[in-house]
Design a protein around this ligand. Structure first.
Ligand SMILES: [Zn+2]
Length: 178
């Protein structure tokens, strides 16, 4: 029993190590995982090591590839987890700076009637950019990694990122909105 416990812990530690440090492969347009409706995170999964490990790995993968957002299905995990992290970088030189936000089970409660047309790209669609119409302002509900419920408003480019990433959770790519 002790041996199996040690073995199991070691296995979990190794999995976490990989998740914490690795730059994960990113699913590409055409792959099934990007077409699925991702599953809700259950309440007993909040604060779990795997959820924190997943968000760390998503963060590392997004930064390494100069993304300003990422959704779990893009790293082959069909769960409702996104990161929104607008900042200027070589792919988006004019992006405003914000603190990265991890959102679990995000939901858009309301969209402004006003929309903006703006350029989008996607780590899963590397060779294409396009002008997509998105609501200028959205009111969003989500949970933190610890399960705290947050309601907040996003405008402009960060609002665009949130809408793009939540689309990923519903199996939609920006190219379908062109
Ligand atoms: Zn994308």
């Amino acid at each position: 029993m002790l041996i199996s416990k040690i073995h199991n812990n070691k296995k979990i530690d190794m999995t976490l190590d990989i998740l914490m440090s690795a730059i994960l492969p990113v699913a590409q347009k055409g792959e099934e995982i990007l077409k699925l409706k991702a599953a809700t995170i259950a309440s007993d999964e909040f604060s779990s090591e795997w959820l924190i490990g997943l968000s760390n790995a998503m963060n590392v993968t997004m930064f390494e590839r100069n993304g300003v957002g990422i959704a779990a299905p893009q790293v082959y995990v069909s769960k409702r987890v996104i990161i929104v992290a607008s900042r200027p970088n070589p792919r988006y030189p004019d992006a405003p700076e914000m603190q990265p936000v991890v959102m679990i089970n995000p939901e858009i409660l309301s969209f402004s009637d006003e929309t903006d047309l703006g350029e989008e790209g996607c780590l899963s669609v590397p060779d294409q950019r396009g002008q997509v119409a998105r609501a200028t302002t959205i009111h969003v509900k989500y949970f933190t990694l610890c399960g705290e419920q947050i309601e907040t408003t996003f405008s402009g480019f960060p609002a665009r990122i949130v809408q793009h990433e939540i689309d990923h959770l519903d199996g939609i790519l920006f190219v379908e909105r062109l």
